[in-house]
Design a binder for this molecule. Structure first.
Ligand code: FEO
Length: 392
């Protein structure tokens, strides 16, 4: 795709990656993604903000063919999906200096072996004049590495936000048109890479609050012509109360655990609690991550196998522990054959979760009528706890 104009002398560059289906060999990308770079031509200096993932280098370099000079390349974040083509850009424009935070400088040298003398490091709040345009660099750690910064173009009120507020979505729309569709992609993205750093994200939101922002231009996905849409969503995800929802990731081998899951789901729904259930043998883990953003309670369903939880259940619990959602309660249900340490093993895997454990329900073999009654008690307990906390 060719460069696209955002405003006079401000261009989107980069690449729309329609076919990518996995990020970090981990995160599902059902809608592809994009790597956004931005060219700003001031009256005296020209800058390129970020680059693209290395496999897309040719596309960015072709877009830069018509550009006579780049004075600065700004690396807001050292991860290779944005920095991967910086060495090629510097080769194309040998006069250019590379601007980054001091922390990013070290990482860029480690990852891309960029010579040290190319760098200019900037302090938090430092500005750079391009003549008739001014860039302000604002440190925004953990969106999504510790070295990250965002860049505010003062005269045009554009925030180049890097991963912050991004979404993995491939589209020809430069701007967000359908906020409903975008909401899901952005929430999925937040869940997967921002949620573990929720407390720092909150500080970053507070830091950006005084700025008058007309457009947010992230490094993945579309630009926001109505920034309050995504800023309000982030406030809700970061600081909003959990919802009256149970997330129920489960796996079943011979249907006994599935019978328990079905009964518990029905019992919760009868009592007015929403449930999002995920069969871990087939689920999209990004959907599970997204559900964890708001849920008040997690119930893990697993059979006992080789004396412990099923590996898929262990993976689901490992993921929840790594993502650190604001969940308040957790329980475990499942069937076993003759013994094992399923509960102890899973309980030892959640040091990051600040949850109250509700008594697990394990049954021997196929669940009996009495086991179903115990599941009813679990549903009633969860319902009562949600009511006590006024979760809606
Ligand atoms: Fe899109 Fe953290 O890189």
């Amino acid at each position: 795709m060719k460069a696209r104009i955002i405003k006079e002398h401000i261009y989107w560059m980069g690449s729309v990656d329609w076919d990518r289906r996995l990020f970090d060999a981990l995160i599902p990308l059902p809608e592809g993604t994009s790597y956004n770079a931005y060219l700003i031509e001031g009256s005296e200096k020209t800058v390129l903000i970020d680059s693209v993932d290395l496999p897309m280098a040719d596309e960015l370099l072709a877009q830069l063919d018509g550009v006579s000079r780049v004075d600065y390349v700004i690396s807001q974040h050292a991860e290779q999906d944005h920095s991967g083509t910086i060495p090629q850009v510097l080769e194309k424009f040998p006069e250019a200096k590379l601007i980054s935070t001091p922390k990013a400088k070290g990482i860029l040298i480690d990852l891309l072996q960029i010579p040290e003398d190319v760098f200019i490091t900037v302090k938090d709040g430092e500005t750079l004049s391009l003549g008739d345009k001014t860039l302000k660099f604002i440190y925004a750690p953990w969106v999504h590495w510790p070295e990250t910064m965002v860049t505010y173009l003062e005269e045009d009120k554009i925030l180049f936000s890097c991963d912050f507020f991004g979404s993995h979505i491939a589209t020809t729309d430069l701007y967000v048109i359908d906020e409903g569709c975008l909401y899901e992609a952005a929430k999925r993205y937040y869940a997967e890479i921002m949620m573990p750093f929720r407390n720092i994200i909150k500080k970053n939101l507070e830091k950006l609050a005084p700025y008058d922002i007309e457009i947010i231009a992230p490094s993945h996905g579309q630009l926001y012509p109505r920034p309050s849409f995504i800023i309000d969503a982030y406030h809700d995800w970061v600081t909003g109360a959990p919802r009256n929802t149970v997330v129920l990731p489960y796996v079943s081998m011979h249907e006994s655990t599935k019978l328990m899951v079905d009964h518990l789901v029905s019992a919760l729904v009868e009592r007015g609690v929403r449930v999002e259930q995920f069969n871990l043998a087939v689920t999209d883990t990004g959907k599970l991550a997204m559900a964890l953003v708001d849920a008040a309670t997690i119930v893990v369903g697993t059979p006992t196998i080789l004396a412990g939880p099923h590996p898929y259940a262990a993976y689901g619990v490992f993921l929840a522990n790594a993502l650190r959602p604001k969940t308040k309660f957790l329980s475990i249900i499942g069937s076993y054959g003759w013994g094992g340490k399923t509960v102890e093993t899973l309980a030892g895997m959640i040091p990051n979760l600040k949850v109250e454990i509700i008594d697990p329900v394990l049954c021997k073999g196929v669940p009996s009528e009495n086991d179903f009654k115990v599941l009813d008690v679990l549903a009633a307990t969860i319902t009562e706890k949600h009511k006590e906390h006024d979760f809606h």
